[in-house]
Design a protein around this ligand. Structure first.
Ligand code: PHE
Ligand code: NA
Length: 447
């Protein structure tokens, strides 16, 4: 077997995995999904689901990758040579490609907004004015197409250069800045008129709002935000050194990710209530609220630039990890050079992005089940494809893999890990599969 590169250091591992995990999912997706699903109640469910189901799944994916030291598909194939599980690998490759195609559209919005911030375009704009500018921009397909493709080309360039040179450097620099900036924004938001309302919307749980759809939304968001259910963490697991404590790694990463998401929510919802924006305004929520904040605060000009620049940068490392799944598969399985493999993967992504963009035009007939392609990709991946991928990986680890093998990998032969392993095993074999299947069944109306 070829020598695989592995992360340079422990901080390197946290930074790279963290780089994949912290991204648009926290800042763009989490706030609007929380807003649409009841705020505080959603957050509570989100935290519970992350701790109970998603951290164990992250551990499982790390283990599958580290054990086999290979790409998502080969990981399944090596452990189950008859090929019954190949589908799980293919599903991950398909899901990551689809996610990247709409992720790049959002990253393109971030780039556009960076440009608007640079020319001070948010200054004293009302939320209606910002919404109009945004809508007009999206309706004319060429601008968004330009920024989306520019972003994809940029990601391709990084992936061609290989793992540690390209990705690690970025992760280390960007994350701390993003967190600092968010904290600054939260402090500012707390001084707004609507701060109280915003905070209570986000933090006061209204239990009557919890139903199985909200739980599935929380599960899907947690999968998306933690980069689970599609092979990224299997692929990244293959770079984790043998002696790394994976319980600690998964815990650190998940807690960081959740904190960033909640910080984003705390920065955004006070503004939602202060500037009269609907908490359920969907995917454009962040792009309407924060420009409002920037346009009305002292120093908002520079902070706006910093924010959209960081948003763009944070989406780079996540996108790289998404592209890495298909690229690694193509180069390792089809024995193609990395450059060729990247080009094939990126070409597919660009084609799917174009579909998303065309379907966002107001007169577009590109609609499936009443949604445009962008919404379809965004919803279907989180609500179905990722949880299904996660379900397959826990079923595989819990029921197909030898218990001993799993234990050695998950615990890194550490004492601490061994104490937690029995709980982990019960979750992987029973709790996680049952919860996911029940949520699926209730979503399709069977129960
Ligand atoms: N977790 C990333 C985010 O929150 C998105 C992502 C999903 C990245 C799946 C890789 C795989 O933005
Ligand atoms: Na995330």
């Amino acid at each position: 077997m070829k020598q695989r590169s592995s992360f340079g250091s422990r901080f390197g591992a946290v930074a790279v995995v963290g780089g994949s995990v912290v991204g648009l999912g926290n800042i763009w997706r989490f706030p609007y999904i929380a807003g649409e699903n009841g705020g505080g109640a959603f957050i509570l469910v989100y935290i519970a689901i992350s701790a109970l189901i998603c951290i164990p799944i992250m551990l499982t994916e790390f283990s599958l990758g580290r054990h086999t030291r290979s790409n998502a598909l080969r990981a399944f194939r090596r452990l189950s040579p008859r090929g019954y599980w190949n589908g799980a690998g293919y599903l991950g490759i398909a899901t990551s490609t689809i996610i990247l195609s709409f992720y790049a559209v959002i990253a393109g919005w971030a780039l556009k907004f960076l440009q608007v911030a640079l020319v001070n375009g948010f200054h004293r704009q009302s939320s209606e004015e910002i919404r109009t500018v945004f809508q007009q921009y999206i309706d004319h397909g060429w601008g968004p197409m330009f920024w989306t493709f520019a972003f994809i080309a940029f990601i391709a360039f990084i992936v061609v250069r290989g793992v540690e040179k390209g990705i690690e450097k970025f992760g280390k620099i960007v994350m701390p800045f993003m967190i600092l900036l968010l904290i600054g924004l939260v402090i500012n938001s707390l001084t707004l008129d609507g701060a109280k309302e915003g905070i209570s919307f986000l933090l006061r749980p209204d239990f009557s709002k919890i139903n199985s759809h909200v739980i599935l939304q929380a599960l899907g968001q947690a999968f998306f935000s933690l980069s689970l259910g599609m092979g990224t963490m299997i692929t990244y697991g293959s770079y984790i050194p043998k002696n790394e404590n994976m319980f600690r790694l998964a815990g650190t990463v998940a807690v960081t990710d959740t904190c960033v998401a909640i910080l984003a929510g705390l920065a955004i919802f006070p503004a939602v209530f202060s500037y009269g924006i609907s908490p359920t305004s969907g995917p454009e929520l962040v792009f309407i609220t924060l420009p409002n904040v920037f346009g009305n605060m002292t120093g908002g000009y520079l902070l706006g630039i910093a924010f959209f620049f960081l948003l763009f940068t944070a989406s780079i490392s996540s996108s790289v990890s998404l592209l890495e799944v298909a690229t690694l598969y193509i180069s390792e399985e089809m024995h193609l050079r990395r450059r060729t493999a990247t080009l094939i993967a990126v070409g597919t992504v660009a084609g799917l992005s174009a579909l998303c963009l065309w379907s966002q035009a107001p007169d577009s007939s590109l609609r499936v089940a009443g949604q445009n392609i962008f919404d379809l990709f965004n919803n279907a991946t989180s609500l179905y494809m990722l949880p299904l991928g996660g379900l397959l990986s826990v079923l595989f680890a819990g029921w197909v893999l030898r218990g001993r093998t799993l234990q050695e990998e998950v615990t890194s032969r550490g004492r601490y890990g061994n104490a937690l392993f029995p709980y982990y095993r019960v979750i992987v074999r029973f709790v996680a599969p049952v919860v996911i299947v029940l949520l699926f069944l209730s979503q399709i109306g069977v129960i």
